[in-house]
Design a protein around this ligand. Structure first.
Ligand code: SF4
Ligand code: SF4
Length: 104
């Protein structure tokens, strides 16, 4: 009997870490406003201690996110924390992993 050919283990390639193939996973994190970048008041929520955060919708995503394009509608005025959140950083990869089912 001929030997069985070796099994080829195929791995599903993981998508590259790009915002363009992500469901804006980091836009479900709490974003505190620590500087004034001109975020419109309708997107700001105040906690009982006076701290300000980006308002989030019931499903957790930031209210300033365009739900069709999954892009930020206030990009030029986005909070400092959003500016500093780096694509491909450990935090980014973790958020993508938590929401793998949400990739578009
Ligand atoms: S920074 Fe990371 S988690 Fe945020 S949208 Fe881009 S790829 Fe997704
Ligand atoms: S302000 Fe823009 S970048 Fe920041 S969490 Fe909201 S949608 Fe995302």
């Amino acid at each position: 009997m001929p030997e069985q050919p070796p099994l080829i283990h195929r791995q599903t390639p993981s998508p590259p870490v790009l915002c363009s193939n992500c469901a804006a996973c980091c836009c479900r994190l709490e974003v505190m406003l620590v500087t004034d970048t001109g975020v419109p008041a309708r997107f700001i929520e105040q906690d009982r201690w006076g701290g300000e955060t980006m308002r989030r919708l019931d499903d957790g995503w930031c209210a300033a996110l365009d739900r069709d394009s999954m892009r930020c509608t206030i990009y030029a005025n986005r909070p400092l924390i959003c500016r500093e959140f780096e694509m491909g950083s450990p935090e980014c990869v973790e958020e993508r992993g938590d929401l793998a089912q949400a990739y578009r």
